[in-house]
Design a protein around this ligand. Structure first.
Ligand code: SF4
Length: 242
């Protein structure tokens, strides 16, 4: 029986998840619990996903927008897409066959052979490194950092282009020393093309209330433009494109 994807939602004209205009697929399920997550409604992998589709069915949906995404492509995000690695590999394989650029947005936490097999058909990986500090990582995400760094090693081995994504949260990751360390770390990888530094904002907090969850960063203000500029400067000093 063919595996079906458990899909939280679809967005036909995404402009912030990879190059160009993209069809964005939000997968259901995530093993992380990032304190600042804007999509807590994707956490529960058995939760009510809007769509259950085979890879072929999802491709058919994407193809309706083929002309619009010709210079962009498809991005699969979540949630954590690699929880559904078999589905994803087949979907990316079909996209490649159809000449559609594929991007995978992942935390890199799932570093199993099945997850790594998806990379054969990924044209770009948006790797979310939540923090380079191994002690802060479990506090911020409820899981250890190790797999994400292993995942980056695997991307390097396979030569898959990578954009690093990093959310800067006041009082947690807005820290010059840690930002410098992260910039230095990723600079050793030839596959890293750029870093996207994302300012913490509070736009997803209403979802916590709606789900009866406690939002733990209630007191944290959005990141200021000055502090974002500061972080960008730190990365630029290492010669990293931001
Ligand atoms: S990895 Fe993404 S979806 Fe999962 S908890 Fe973190 S921010 Fe939310």
């Amino acid at each position: 029986m063919e595996v079906k994807g458990n899909i939280h939602s679809l967005e036909s004209f995404g402009t912030v998840d990879g190059p160009g205009i993209r069809f964005v697929v939000f997968m259901q399920g995530c093993p992380l619990r990032c304190l600042y997550c804007h999509n807590p409604d994707t956490w529960d992998s058995k939760g009510l996903a809007k769509y259950q589709m085979t890879p072929e069915e999802l491709l058919a949906e994407v193809l309706r927008y083929k002309n619009f995404i010709a210079k962009g492509g498809v991005t699969v995000t979540g949630g954590e897409p690699l929880l559904q690695a078999e589905f994803l590999r087949e979907f990316f394989r079909l996209c490649r066959e159809a000449g559609i650029h594929t991007a995978l947005d992942t935390s890199g936490y799932i570093c199993t052979p099945k997850a790594l097999a998806v990379l054969e058909y990924a044209d770009l990986v948006l790797l979310d490194i939540k923090t380079i500090d191994p002690e802060l990582h479990p506090r911020l995400t409820a899981v250890k950092l190790d797999n994400t760094l292993r995942f980056l090693d695997e991307l390097e081995k396979r030569g898959v282009p990578v954009w690093i994504r990093h959310v800067i949260v006041p009082g947690l990751t807005d820290n010059d020393e840690a930002l410098d360390k992260l910039a230095e770390y990723i600079n050793h990888y030839t596959v890293v093309q750029k870093a996207e530094l994302l300012p913490y904002h509070t736009m997803g907090t209403y979802k916590y209330e709606a789900q009866g969850l406690d939002y733990k960063l209630k007191e944290v203000e959005p990141l200021s433009a000055e502090r974002l500029a500061n972080a960008k400067e730190i990365f630029k000093k290492h010669g990293i494109t931001v």
